[in-house]
Design a protein around this ligand. Sequence first.
Ligand SMILES: [Fe+2]
Ligand SMILES: [Fe+2]
Length: 238
Amino acid sequence: MTTVDTTRPVGEIVMQQPGLARVFERLDIDYCCGGKMSLEDACDQKTLNVDHVVALLEEERQRASHQPDPINPATMTLTELADHIESTHHAYLRSELPRLHALTRKVSEVHGGRDARLRNVHLTLCALADELTSHMMKEERILFPIIRQMESGVTDAAAHCGTMAAPIRQMEHEHDQAGSALSDLRELTEGFAPPEWACNTYRAMLDALDTFEKDMHRHIHKENNVLFPRAMQMEQST
Ligand SMILES: [Fe+2]
Ligand SMILES: [Fe+2]
């Protein structure tokens, strides 16, 4: 049984649930200017199997409805938690930041004349995306490997003595900067609320920024409040 009416215009589908824009973007279906076309016709035009597209839309809807994080980081080992952060939050950022970059650029170019804050949204996102890319690399190449090694007991305590506090402080400082950029994005978009004249790309951008903020908050919580303090405790007890 399907809950997607394939005779509905794709623009209406996105209007009702902007997160579904991800599926249309992957399939190169125009949900903005060409949004009046029905899902059936849009699939025909792209020679896509409509049942397959409906299944993808359902999958995305399911994925979005599982937003509450089922993970309890307090019950995981530090290695499990570092692995989890990489495979979920870092993987999410690597796939979503290019999309956010493209969406904010498009909205800035098309609507920046009407609302100049949209240009700042794009610039803020670009700077934040660069910082996060470098930040994740530092965690994955330097800090997380030290944490895993220490937990496994492979390394000599003296070999890493004093090496954990400085990178953790640096990561926490970068988290503060990211938090401040996220607040700016929220303020610039009035809490990710679309104006009544917003097109579907604009709505998809706001939905994506809202999801991005939520994921970043969960991600930073796991590092600042669980992984890092427990790693510091472990270092001090070795
Ligand atoms: Fe991280
Ligand atoms: Fe981090």
